[in-house]
Design a binder for this molecule. Structure first.
Ligand code: SF4
Length: 88
């Protein structure tokens, strides 16, 4: 009997994925052109992404709780982790 192949799931950010990564470029452009008052400061942005990297809900750069690319969601200072007990 043939074993079913599971789709490859990676608990990684878009920036960790190799090869062509148009989604990452879109996120970087989004962050770079965002008004400063809305942009999460760099250090806090990295802290947020570190929390996502440790989270079971992260799959291939996407939060399975909300469907967002976490690098996009974390970029806005007024956004929060969607968990009932938010990680950031
Ligand atoms: S936004 Fe929250 S729930 Fe989603 S991957 Fe990040 S830490 Fe996990």
């Amino acid at each position: 009997m043939e074993e079913a192949t599971q789709p490859k799931v990676c608990r990684c950010l878009l920036r960790d994925m190799t090869g062509e990564n148009d989604y990452l470029r879109s996120v970087e452009r989004y962050r770079a052109t965002m008004p400063r008052r809305l942009r999460t400061p760099d250090a806090l942005y990295e802290t947020r992404l570190a929390c996502c990297r440790d989270c079971e809900a992260l799959q291939n750069g996407t939060c399975m709780q909300c469907g967002c690319y976490v690098e996009m969601r974390a970029a806005r200072s007024d956004m929060h982790c969607p968990l009932t007990a938010p990680r950031w």
